[in-house]
Design a protein around this ligand. Structure first.
Ligand code: F6R
Length: 615
């Protein structure tokens, strides 16, 4: 998974491509490169490291002229991150230059074949094989670049979003996609190419999202021609108007995207339910559900498939669906589900959850479920993403762009969508009383205000973070609806501060993890005044008698846990099923502050990328 950017038009390409790469660094950031055509030749510069390293390198070169250019920010798949393996890659003649996001799975035999015909390779990448394959086809078949790309791609197996240009025909860029996202920004006599719309949103709101299996030839003067890669059939491109603005993408005064996104949650949650519920009339309207209501109400069970934080949201969903709608639910890691020959019935409903809508394992699990005849519903954040298009129906979370690699607002908005669906199904199945249904809607409407209140504990949480920032391990405990929140809290700490953390159901502690507890061990216990409060209080006593340090996440006004814990962080009172929307907030902030205090790269933690488009 990598970020790709391209430009062809009347402006200097370099600043557009460079800025675009910075916006796409969430997709990978172990090396970066740019190729520009300056009217005479291609100037290419690439380096291991971040886009900022590339910028420093380019400042020392004068090679930043030209109105056509492509750039790449990499997350290594084939070959270690180094200068040579970085993109763009030249073909052997130096005429073609390419950037690629994805994996060409059959690159080994292709490389062998090309080597036998005299091609040489400087890198270990599958991408260099692809650009030479294109060149080989172009020379052998004596065809234009577009045709050569099409023929070459039909010989590959794998996934790609590519952009390629030819120094002998610098008035066109050829792009193609299969399994990796690719958007084309359409301006006035200028065109942009990118993995998402953020690199071009300040220049144009008009975008074409290529479908899987499509390619486009983009000509400076003649515009965009879209074709199917397989059979060369021409496609009428759909130019869509984007509502996203630049401010949504940039940091808006916060030190990090993650913090900005944590603070965006009150608005993000209300954006998620806006237009979908009318509290005064007691109505939920969700086209994706209403149009297929019988599939859901007749479902034998619901299978939720997802990865990482989205999987944690799915686990919360299991508690919500079973409690409110009385439908049995199983939650599966997409990566396990896809390979374990799962039993899928035709009357199962599968819900796939994915912030990016591009996660390869989730995508593969969806395809498997569809093959077995299940109805698949998607919950995605990124509009037009691959998963949102692969599913039979779906609901967007409308959380706005999530740039910080650690997922925050995606989690709470996914839970909001799951709550809306569960309530709607409960109503349609007649398993919730009208007053109870109304009470839930009223409470959901109040959640953004309560999240804002929970955010007011930020300074106190910072003090707690300062005390525990040097910890080597942390334990997160919760029960019922808050067990998945404990998992999510632990994941947030691990991924951005690199402190080892584990989430556990509080009662399971005595079956093993209790052995870890001593005076060095901070234990974060979610102990809201709902559900199994008394049981959690007993668990806290067990930790205390073993000298563990207790940080309690409690309901406002709690006295019992306050009397036992070393620190408490309060959240407003709410219904039990909605507590995860509030208990998550202090855990996000705690991880954030610890990571900042440890000087970690909060928005781009090591070894991670925002969108995991490889398995
Ligand atoms: C953790 C995180 C990841 C993602 C996971 C799934 O903070 O961001 O665990 O949740 O990679 O990604 P999506 O939701 O895009 O499918």
């Amino acid at each position: 998974m990598c970020g790709i950017v391209g430009y062809i038009g009347h402006r200097e390409a370099y600043p557009i491509v460079l800025k675009g790469l910075k916006r796409l660094e969430y997709r990978g950031y172990d090396s970066a490169g740019i190729a520009l055509y300056d009217g005479e030749e291609i100037k290419l510069s690439k380096t291991k490291g971040k886009v900022a390293d590339l910028e420093t390198r380019l400042e020392n070169e004068i090679a930043t002229k030209g109105t056509v250019g492509i750039g790449h920010t990499r997350w290594a798949t084939h070959g270690v991150p180094n200068d040579v393996n970085s993109h763009p890659h030249y073909s052997n003649s130096g005429n073609l230059v390419i950037i690629h996001n994805g994996i060409i799975e059959n690159y080994e035999p292709l490389r062998q074949e090309l080597t036998n015909r005299g091609y040489t390779f400087t890198s270990e990448t599958d991408t260099e094989v692809l650009v030479n394959l294109i060149e080989d086809v172009k020379t052998k078949e004596k065809v234009k670049l577009g045709k050569a790309v099409q023929i070459a791609l039909n010989q590959t197996v794998g996934a790609y979003a590519i952009a390629v240009f030819d120094r002998n025909k610098p008035d066109e860029i050829v792009v193609a996609r299969l399994g990796s996202p690719l958007a084309i920004g359409v301006g006035e006599n200028e065109y942009f190419v990118a993995s998402d719309a953020s690199p071009f949103i300040e220049y144009t709101n008009n975008a074409i999202y290529l479908e899987d299996g499509e390619m486009a030839i983009i000509r400076r003067k003649k515009g965009v021609k879209v074709r199917k890669i397989k059979d060369d059939k021409q496609v009428d491109p759909y130019v869509q108007e984007l509502k996203m603005n630049l401010e949504q993408i940039e940091k808006g005064g916060y030190d990090h995207f993650m913090l900005k996104e944590i603070y965006e949650q009150p608005n993000a949650i209300s954006d998620t339910y806006r237009g979908r519920m009318r509290v005064s009339d007691g109505i939920i309207k969700m086209a994706g559900i209403d149009d297929h209501i019988e599939k859901f109400t007749n479902a034998r069970r619901i299978l939720i498939i997802a990865c990482g934080t989205s999987w944690h949201a799915g686990l919360v969903g299991e508690y919500i669906f079973e409690d409110l709608a009385r439908i049995p639910v199983e939650v599966e890691y997409a990566s396990e589900f896809r390979y374990r020959n799962p039993v899928i019935y035709q009357d199962d409903v599968v819900i796939a959850i994915s912030q990016s809508g591009e996660t390869a394992d989730t995508m593969a699990a969806i395809k498997l479920a569809k093959e077995k005849g299940a109805f698949v519903f998607g919950i995605c954040n990124v509009v037009g993403s691959s998963i949102s298009r692969e599913t039979h129906a779906g609901a967007y979370t409308h959380a706005g762009p999530e740039i910080g690699v650690a997922s925050t607002k995606a989690f709470t908005t996914q839970i909001t969508v799951l709550t809306l669906i569960a309530l709607q199904l409960a109503k349609k199945k007649g398993v919730i009383s009208t007053p109870d249904f109304h009470a839930h809607l009223q409470e959901l409407e109040r959640i953004p205000e309560k999240v804002a209140k929970a955010l007011e504990s930020n300074e106190h949480i910072k003090e707690v973070a300062d005390i525990y920032k040097e910890a080597s391990n942390c334990l997160y405990l919760g029960r019922g609806f808050n067990f998945p929140v404990a998992l999510e809290g632990a994941l947030k700490l691990k991924e951005i501060s690199y402190i080892h953390a584990e989430g556990y159901p509080a009662a399971e502690m005595k079956h093993g993890p209790i052995a870890l507890i001593d005076e060095q061990m901070p234990v974060i216990v979610i102990a809201t005044k709902k559900g199994h409060y008394d049981k959690v209080v007993s668990n806290i006593q067990e930790i205390k008698s073993r000298k563990g340090k207790i940080i309690g996440i409690v309901t406002e006004g709690d006295v019992t846990v306050k009397g036992l814990a070393d620190h408490v962080i309060e959240i407003p009172e709410t219904m039990e099923s909605m507590t995860p929307l509030l208990t998550t907030i202090p855990l996000q902030l705690l991880s954030y502050h610890i990571a900042v205090m440890l000087n970690k790269n909060v928005d781009q933690p090591r070894n991670l990328a925002k969108s995991v488009t490889v398995e």
